[in-house]
Design a protein around this ligand. Sequence first.
Ligand code: SAM
Ligand code: SF4
Length: 323
Amino acid sequence: MLIDSYGRTIDYLRISVTDRCNLRCVYCTPEEGVDLLNHADVLSYEEMLDFSRTAVELGIKSIRLTGGEPLVRRDFVGFVERLAAIPGLEDVSLTTNAVLLEEFAEPLYRAGVRRVNIGIDTLNQSAFKQITRRDEAARAITGIHQAIDVGMKPVKLNVVVMRGVNDDFAPFVALARELPVYIRFIEYMPVSNGLKNEFFVAGAEILERLGTFGELEAAPAPAGSGPSRKYWRFADSLGAFGQISAMTEHFCPECSRLRLTADGKLRVCLFCDAEIDVKPALRPVFDRIKTAELIELAVASKPEKYSLDGRAANGRTMGQIGG
Ligand code: SAM
Ligand code: SF4
């Protein structure tokens, strides 16, 4: 088992498989994009598998694949299939913007992905275009339906709330009445490419405003509930609502995560600059012992809690870290 200096069990790994993305969300990536990694700097799937096998041997039980947009990387399904076959790995999940899910949901399900988190901040076509700078709302919404239809469970929607941009919750309330989705309203985090504070809406206000649509009752949390532990629903809705309030509530005491960036840096905290380069342990030849030592070092250096001073995290955008 991997236990950090504060007694937390670390059993969850997020791997950003690429820094590339087919959208340009305002809170994540600048309009002109970011300087993309050279192909040579990006870990190969083989290297990610070597790393993951070692991590699982040490105690990682659950791996979430993220990006950038993971579905834009070539042969992603083949990688997932091999990852899901790692003995001892209990769960492989995915975070995606859903634009390519119509094509990939079914093969991914067959490859072993059972749970998906979808980043979608609005169901309105023009607001979607404003937020993501791309006209892909229709494909993303189709992707949500496809994920449900192929049997992914739970399907969670991540909605980063921005005042005056997408804080009309009525369309999501309507969606949750019809579809078995867990809609998680996320407080905007000033990690990269800062939105101004006037857009920030605190979790407490989000909940209060949701309550104006009807009487909310407590709902059971879905599998892998992560930082959103409490859920609510309306009596007549198939779906439920959760919240990720990283800014106004600290969930550091329950943190169980490590993050691996596409270029092989282990990040011990989303908001800390500290990164451990594991690439030298993975190439040119995989060194299992060195990899294990670096994972243990990362776990030992996890801070007790993050400190946020509004600066960019190590110059990286959220899309380069993986959220
Ligand atoms: N492209 C995929 C997606 O959009 O779901 C996966 C990568 S994206 C970096 C992962 C998640 O990070 C997104 O779903 C989004 O909700 C979240 N995210 C990105 N930037 C954020 C920010 N500044 N504040 C809060 N959440 C953010
Ligand atoms: Fe791409 Fe996801 Fe970032 Fe949006 S949040 S730009 S979809 S990586």
